[in-house]
Design a protein around this ligand. Sequence first.
Ligand SMILES: [Zn+2]
Length: 171
Amino acid sequence: MNEYELKNINHSFDLLNGKIGCTIRKGDKWKMVNPGDILHLWNCPQAHNGSCKKANLNCEYCGTGLVLGYWYGPIRELPESLLKIEHNFTAQNLPILIEMFKTAYGEINDDDMYLSLIYMRLSGNEGIKEEIEFDKDVLAKLGELSLITGKNVEDIVTQILIKNIEKLENE
Ligand SMILES: [Zn+2]
């Protein structure tokens, strides 16, 4: 299991703890992740590259996420089911998402490849107890995700999920 920093630049992490969402990023940087990896979520005005601390900017640690898998392809083929779970709720609308890409990446082309990194929020946005009541919904979502990603993530992730829910309950 590896741990990574997932950085949003002035872009909120809206998922509640226990909910599944995704972030959609240009390029294949996040192809190295595996189900079960942990994400440390940072919302930082400067990509959390070190300069934020020096400049004393408002940089916020937003808790953790559990990697479930990813989808990779051109944006025109992005499954609607992934757009609907974009972790920044404002970006669950394709024209808005594309405007955000232009701000982040400059000019974009139709053939550019994107990766949707799918994860479950483990901490950083309260409501843990309520959300855990809905773990059947979470498991149903995992079934959908295994179809989207073409991987048999369900068995692997269900195990990881149960382990993490137990960990949260014992905290
Ligand atoms: Zn920072």
